[in-house]
Write a protein that binds this ligand. Structure first.
Ligand SMILES: Cc1cc2nc3c(=O)[nH]c(=O)nc-3n(C[C@H](O)[C@H](O)[C@H](O)COP(=O)(O)OP(=O)(O)OC[C@H]3O[C@@H](n4cnc5c(N)ncnc54)[C@H](O)[C@@H]3O)c2cc1C
Ligand code: FES
Ligand code: FES
Length: 1345
């Protein structure tokens, strides 16, 4: 059939408005179209791979079969606009707006405090909104499922869920029982002071204030699209782009004709496989065939012996179809369907399941495919069609291996998939283990099926396939054949395991790594299958006694725990805080749970982030070229091919820098040497971002490798490669003390690094002005003054010509302190050279590659103690992997050493720390600044002491904790009263001692599942160790209408600093918050600011705002005195008339802080935050998976400025800490290339990772006279409390090891991934796997800590 040379018109609707695109480019995604063409910037870019949900929108279509309008959530970054013909798209802007009408979803997420930085919020809103369009009163499980594909790095998810739960039909949440109270709530079940006190609040929002959901108010499906759907266009539609042509036939016949004509052209369905491959693997297809309008591919037919599902059906639809069949048919017929359903629940997020097709899934044949292993064992057949006719092929091992003889011919398409019913005496199961339970690609998965000779346990047929253990799904065909005719017993199990390990062999260097873990899973899964089938056989045999029936091996109750998977449970919990004094005026907002100032704007997408700023005149885009070598000389850079690309304007190299190119050791742009993979060498400037990115591929750089190349701490120590001198603190006489103790233990702790994974990647817009070399810089940073200074020195322009603006930052966590200055300076060089505004937006991949993160740590300890658990001497030496430049590594080492003692008073101490110089991207500041890594060493020590003394770790903690007013190792005096209160409250509120006994009971009864519980105390020092870093300034203007503009030196990162500042100003000026406004942070209004970091931003800037307001109020006093009954407006008018200045600068000189490292003494921190957390987990010893049963946190916030914000900070930091210690694993190649460059490979916690019960309490009646209104900064401290989950996991692992009589200690390694847990719970299966000699091969990845 002819393919017209002219493009057709692409017609679809966005937010009720018709879009006609005459030149639709198949390479343009809906995300880019919305943001750039329609200027709908509420939909965000955060990963571009469908893995984070920030770009979620709703697509509505009329279903040709049911004729109903269906609504789907999709990730716009993977939706080509050409696929939208005839569809209606709803974005966050179409849902509601603060200018018109807020939608209840938007109102509730904001008022429930479900937004912090707000970058993920539009995506969350859209996922919830789509759910409500389909189910106006969803269940909590549906809510959890709808949100599982959306990542949030700030909130810890609890408040987002809380907002969604307000729509749910019936909630299990205690607070939702209608009374507003809960069994955990006041009084009941709780003897702590938190439980008893009457001024303790448990509500952070008032549900009754919410407007109801009214489905009749929603946008209707456009009538024009309805008409189009009723009379579908049969014509082939063609869209020609610059490089790619999209052909969408209207009939099946045309599709087959086109496939015959373009056999190489892929069919594009959900684009969830093709899209990411085109984006990151450079796959290119000049023609794409879209069968979206072919109804034949969506036919579903049920027969007596099976189910035929059209290849075009989405995985979400397949899930519904299977669920329906399972409810209709007897259990024995639905074994395969149930196995598929199990995996469909955890396969990706809802958005991907809505987009991805069954056909696309099968044909992609990803080695990790969750469905293919089950389909293969379930005897699925593929119905293929071409112009030549139809034929059927089995979805066999040969098909999965891609053998030409068993595959589709190029001109064939997969029309449908036939999945037969299972039968009696047949059992099918599915297994999978991933880094986390949901929304993570599996490490290994499996489908297993066995058929018995009727009435016996003799194996008649057996099939087993595995995913994740090779380049494709692998069948263990040979092993299965050899087991035919065998009885289902222990002997068969042993033989099967041996054969499976032999057949499914995985080399030590296998891509993806985790080789021994994967081998173990191969047999562990089979063991689970063995037990499951044994149970079923018993059930079958009982009602039908069979002649010659044999006695089945009994499964002891203790072993039954191997059978169950962890169910997805909707988290519940209570948040407790002290209410404000009853005498506090109502108008005074301090201490109340005031909503984030930008909350509503976050929820409507109207909050403007850096890249949402509209395109400016003559704007150009920049893309960065980075080193592919870890340590090499740059021999040449050939730019010629890049400059030939249309649209490319220039390439910026070090030679273009008029001023200084960074420092000698830390260059902005590499000159003649590169120090790590990912170091920036040059930058392309082009008219569009697409052109710039294409051009960087064309730049040829030749290198000459240098030596030695160092990646690991071990190598750095060997080569004496350090960034700075050793930092050391010492007290008492450690050597002498070691001589007098009962026991000494030595150990090692390895803590992996962490990626910030702020949802908004690094971005900057530099606008050169026409006069006096002035520049305006809009940048996502925690430290605009540093950007300003760096740009000034790079361009050799005085600082006063450069203005940096920060409206808000989409998450920083320390990652936007130093790096934004580098990007700002490079973009500024581009702006200066070209004379154009420059926009630089980092891809997620580049961001992760270039920016570095938390320092990996290796710690060695030696601890001396008495048999009663009293620690007498502790010697810790830590090494952190600093990467290739100094950055903050020296400071991190100092903080690490200063904070290492945590909550313990140990008389004889020696702490030493060094920062290693390696050829990795430079690591930098990260929430907690060394404390979360270092203190894991200290707490591991305590656990080791407990094990040796045969006492529970909490006893050792208690015994060694500070008890009275005392001095730290650096001789700073402090009072630990609140620490002890937090600890005791935490033990009480969590019913720790009872639960410890229950855990032990559980462990006695269960062999394959173990529980662990841990309670961890915390003393976290707040602030910088230098007085000058605590200074802050503010500028407050009162305008003649009485409105007030507040500016201060802090940046809004999501932590609610602006909200808190207005609460302060409101109290000081005694006016409602509605009079007050903050526009942005700007270097032009408040100069020489300090980075917003170290948990002290609200504290110091609050003092400055307070100071400015007090100055203003003092000036107004005579006027107020004269007219005490007057209004604020009248007073301001009078003041203006009397020529009283209505503008004031506030200043805070800073808390005294210093540290003398020579003497090892000082007062480095203004104050401490105390806290304690108790967590309980359950682990699956066979897979390494864990579930978090409960966490209780008690934190000493003193008089919280805003309990909603502070509880949000604690929860968010805790969940981020939990990620650090359990799932977030950075993998590097032996050449120093970071593999983990997106949400697929790097797993931050998702909503399903939140503890099933998650309670947070702020310690009541606590005061600190030093700070503003006696509040405390809580930005970072919660991070370390995440380690309670880590220690609960290791507690469970220790229980398993004890039962298995494993004598030797295990090396403490964070994160405690499923791999670590599984391998630590050694058993007959781990013993059975082949082990490799590491010297005989090059591993896929290396450990850098
Ligand atoms: C964020 C994310 C998370 C994921 N998580 C998981 C997971 O946990 N587990 C898992 O198993 N998978 C996962 N996947 C993979 C996903 O299941 C597949 O990408 C998806 O099923 C492919 O379907 P599609 O319709 O999008 O295929 P497309 O990308 O549209 O097409 C893929 C290929 O299939 C071919 N094709 C499609 N239909 C036909 C047909 N009818 N006849 C012939 N050829 C055809 C195309 O030519 C193309 O080559 C994930 C993907 C993403 C993006
Ligand atoms: S940006 Fe689309 S899913 Fe992350
Ligand atoms: S609020 Fe969710 S990412 Fe910041």
């Amino acid at each position: 059939m002819p393919c017209p040379s002219r493009s057709d018109e692409l017609v679809f609707f966005v937010n009720g408005r018709k879009v006609i695109e005459r030149n639709a480019d198949p390479e343009v995604t809906l995300l880019s179209f919305l943001r750039k063409n329609l200027r709908l910037t509420g939909t965000k870019y955060a990963c571009g791979r469908g893995g984070c949900g920030a770009c979620t929108v709703m697509v509505s279509k009329r279903d040709p079969t049911s004729q109903e309008i269906r609504h789907f959530s999709v990730t716009a970054c993977l939706v080509p606009i050409c696929s939208l013909y005839g569809a209606a798209v709803t974005t966050v802007e179409g849902v509601g707006s603060i200018k018109t009408r807020l939608h209840p979803v938007q109102e509730r997420i904001a008022k429930s405090h479900g937004t912090q930085c707000g970058f993920c919020t539009p995506g969350m809103v859209m996922s919830m909104y789509t759910l409500l369009r389909n189910h106006p009163q969803p269940s909590e499980e549906q809510l959890l499922e709808a949100l599982a594909g959306n990542l949030c790095r700030c909130t810890g998810y609890r408040p987002i869920l809380a907002s969604g739960k307000t729509f749910c039909l019936e909630s299990n949440g205690c607070q939702q029982k209608g009374t507003g109270k809960c069994c955990l709530d006041l009084g009941e079940n709780d003897s702590s002071s938190l439980g008893r006190k009457s001024d303790i609040c448990t509500e952070l929002f008032v549900k009754e204030e919410f407007q109801p959901l009214d489905p009749t108010q929603e946008l209707i499906f456009p009538p024009e699209l309805l008409r189009m759907a009723e009379d579908p266009e049969k014509r082939t539609l063609t869209f020609h782009g610059e490089r790619v042509t999209w052909i969408s036939p209207g009939t099946f016949k045309d599709l087959l004709e086109l496939k015959a004509k373009h056999p190489e052209a892929p069919l594009i369905l959900g684009n969830t496989s093709l899209g990411p491959a085109m984006r990151s693997k450079g796959h290119f297809h000049p023609i794409l065939l879209s069968p979206a309008r072919i109804s034949e591919l969506n036919v579903v037919s049920k027969t007596n012996d099976g189910l035929t599902i059209g290849a075009g059906c989405s995985l979400a639809h397949v899930k519904d179809i299977l669920a329906e069949r399972v409810s209709e048919l007897p259990e024995e017929k639905t074994q395969t369907y149930r196995a598929l359903l199990k995996h469909l629940k955890s396969l990706a997020g809802q958005q991907i399941r809505n987009m991805a097709s069954l056909g696309g899934h099968i044909i992609s044949r990803h080695s990790y495919s969750d469905l293919n292993p089950i389909l293969a064992v379930g005897n699925t057949t593929l119905n293929l069609t071409s112009e030549e006719g139809t034929r059927r092929i089995p979805l066999s091992e040969h098909f999965l291996a891609g053998l030409a003889s068993a595959d589709l011919k190029p001109e064939e398409i997969l029309e449908s998939v036939y999945i037969p019913h299972s039968q009696k005496w047949e059992f099918v199961s599915a297994f999978r283990q991933a880094q986390c339970q949901h929304n993570a690609l599996p490490d290994v998965n499996a489908g297993m099926r066995v058929l018995f000779k009727e009435g016996t346990d003799i194996i008649e047929d057996l099939s087993i396939t595995y995913g994740g253990v090779g380049a494709a799904t692998v069948s263990a065909h040979k092993s299965c054949q050899q087991l035919l005719g065998r009885q289902w017993d222990e002997l068969m199990l042993d033989e099967a395991c041996r054969r499976l390990l032999d057949e499914v062999s995985l080399p030590g260097w296998a891509p993806g790594g985790r080789v021994e873990f994967k081998r173990t899973l191969v047999v562990s899964f089979f063991f689970k299958f063995y037990l499951q089938v044994l149970q079923e056989l018993k059930k079958l045999i009982k009602p039908f006694p069979v002649p010659n029936s044999r006695h089945y091996p009994e499964i002891s109750d203790r072993f039954l725990s191997a059978l169950e998977d962890f169910p997805g449970t909707v988290p519940q919990g209570v948040q407790r805080y002290q209410s404000v004094d009853s005498h506090q005026p109502l108008q005074d907002p301090v201490g109340r749970p005031v909503m984030h100032l930008s909350g509503l704007k976050h929820a409507t997408g109207e909050a403007e982030f850096c890249d949402d700023i509209p395109m400016v005149d003559k704007e150009l885009h920049m893309a960065l070229v980075t080193s592919t070598r870890a340590y090499a000389k740059i021999i040449s850079i050939d730019l010629s091919k890049a400059l030939e690309i249309p649209g490319v304007v220039d390439v910026i190299t070090a030679k273009d820098i008029p001023g200084t190119n960074g420092t000698e050791d830390d260059k902005l742009l590499a000159v003649d040497e590169v120090l790590c993979v990912g170091q920036i060498i040059c930058a392309v400037v082009a008219e569009t971002d697409v052109q710039a990115k294409r051009a960087i591929e064309k730049i040829k750089i030749t290198y000459e490798e240098l030596e030695p190349i160092i990646f690991t701490i071990e190598d750095a120590i060997k080569h004496n490669s350090f960034l700075c001198p050793e930092k050391k603190l010492e007290q008492g006489n450690i050597e002498e003390a070691f001589e007098k103790v009962d026991q000494i233990v030595e150990g090692e702790v390895h803590v992996g690094g962490q990626e910030h994974f702020y949802m908004e990647t690094q971005r900057v817009l530099v606008i050169p002005k026409t006069e006096d070399k002035e520049l305006d810089i809009y940048v996502s940073t925690q430290d605009p003054a540093h950007v300003q200074k760096t740009v000034s020195s790079t361009l050799h322009i005085p600082i006063n010509r450069i203005t940096c603006h920060v409206k808000r930052v989409g998450g920083g966590f320390g990652g936007k302190i130093g790096r934004p200055a580098v990007f700002g300076a490079i973009a500024a060089v581009g702006a200066l050279k070209t004379g154009h505004p420059i926009r630089l937006v980092l891809d997620r991949e580049d961001d992760m590659l270039i920016t570095g993160g938390r320092h990996p740590l290796f710690g060695k300890y030696k601890v001396g103690f008495m048999n009663n658990g009293r620690i007498k001497a502790l010697d810790i030496e830590c090494f952190i992997n600093g990467g290739c430049t100094l950055d903050d590594s020296e400071l991190v080492t100092e903080f690490l050493i200063l904070k290492l003692e945590n909550a313990y008073k140990i008389r004889n101490l020696r702490f030493r720390g060094r920062a290693c110089l390696t050829n990795l991207p430079s690591n930098t500041a990260f929430r907690g600044f060394g404390f979360p890594q270092g203190t894991l060493v200290t707490e591991s020590c305590i656990t080791a002491v407990a094990a040796k003394c045969g006492l529970p770790p909490e006893k050792i903690r208690e015994k060694n904790m500070y008890q009275t007013v005392d001095k730290t190792i650096y001789k700073q005096a402090f009072n630990p009263e609140s620490l002890i209160r937090c600890w005791n409250e935490c033990l009480d509120t969590s019913s720790f001692h009872n639960r410890r006994m229950q855990v032990e009971e559980f462990n006695k009864k269960n062999y394959w599942k173990k529980r662990g519980i841990a309670v961890i105390p915390m003393k976290f020092s707040v602030g910088f160790a230098a007085t000058s870093y605590h200074q802050a300034a503010a500028l407050v203007h009162i305008y003649t209408d009485g409105s007030v503009l507040v500016t201060h030196g802090g940046n809004e990162l999501g932590q609610g600093i602006h909200t808190k500042m207005l609460q302060v100003a409101s109290r000081e000026l005694k006016i409602p918050m509605s009079y007050l406004h903050i526009c942005e942070t700007s270097t032009a209004t408040v100069p020489n600011t300090i980075a917003t970091a170290a948990s002290i931003g609200a504290d110091t800037n609050g003092r400055a705002v307070q100071n400015a307001c007090q100055i203003l109020l003092k000036r107004l006093e005579p006027i107020i005195k004269k007219n005490p009954e007057g209004t604020w407006e009248e007073w301001i008018e009078a003041a203006f008339e009397q020529r009283i200045s209505l503008s004031a600068t506030g200043y805070f000189r800073g808390y005294k802080a210093f540290m003398d490292w020579e003497k090892g003494e000082g007062d480095p921190f203004p104050y401490y935050v105390y806290g304690a957390a108790c967590s309980e987990v359950e682990i699956d010893c066979l897979t390494g998976a864990h579930k978090k049963i409960r966490t209780d946190i008690v934190m000493d916030a003193c008089c919280s400025l805003n309990p909603a914000i502070d509880i949000g900070q604690i929860e968010g930091a805790f969940i981020q800490g939990m990620g650090l210690y359990t799932t977030e694993e950075l993998k590097y190649s032996p050449e120093g290339v970071l593999y983990s460059r997106g949400p697929d490979e790097y797993k931050i916690p998702t909503i399903s990772d939140v503890p099933e019960e998650f309670n947070v309490s702020l310690l009541p009646s606590s005061q600190t006279p030093l700070t503003i209104y006696s509040s405390k900064g809580l930005g970072e401290s919660g991070m370390f409390l995440g380690s309670s989950v880590f220690f609960a996991i290791t507690d469970a692992v220790a229980a398993a090891r004890k039962e298995r009589d494993i004598a030797e200690d295990f090396t403490v390694k964070s994160p405690a991934t499923p791999e670590w847990v599984r391998m630590a719970c050694a058993d007959r299966f781990t013993e059975m796997i082949p082990r490799d000699d590491p010297k005989t091969f090059k591993p896929w990845s290396i450990t850098v800590a």
